[in-house]
Design a protein around this ligand. Structure first.
Ligand SMILES: [Zn+2]
Length: 130
């Protein structure tokens, strides 16, 4: 009887520990990147020029290149030229797209989410000319 109890508690402990390890593995993977496909890195392809405006006031913020992820469809607008090895400058990933995708179409965003970096790279993103 005693041996059975020990075996049972060992089994229960193993199950709990396995679930714990699985949980750890899942979190470690999720932190590698944001893209739900491939290796987790967004593959951002340049689609054209976009004008970024304040979604509340309609004020002009900046004009940049519109990029869309080839895998998941996430988008980003950057004022620089990371697809050519240049710095990123101003960038935005949050907002609503107004109009259809063509030269100079408008994206309305929350200005609080407009960021700026002098870096040529953005963690979790890779930029392509097309
Ligand atoms: Zn993606």
């Amino acid at each position: 009887m005693k041996l059975k109890k020990i075996l049972l508690s060992t089994f229960v402990f193993s199950v709990i520990f396995s679930v714990f390890l699985l949980g750890q593995g899942y979190h470690a993977h999720a932190e590698e990147g944001d893209c739900p496909y491939g290796d987790g890195i967004h593959r951002m392809a340049a689609k054209g020029t976009a004008v970024v405006k304040d979604e509340n006031t309609g004020d002009y913020i900046f004009t940049g290149t519109f990029f869309k992820c080839k895998n998941c469809g996430d988008w980003i607008v950057v004022s620089g030229y990371p697809q050519s090895g240049g710095s990123i400058g101003k960038y935005i990933t949050e907002g609503t797209i107004t109009g259809s995708l063509r030269e100079g179409f408008t994206i309305e965003v929350n200005p609080d989410y407009v960021y700026h970096t002098k870096d040529t790279k953005l963690p979790g993103y890779r930029f392509y000319k097309m």
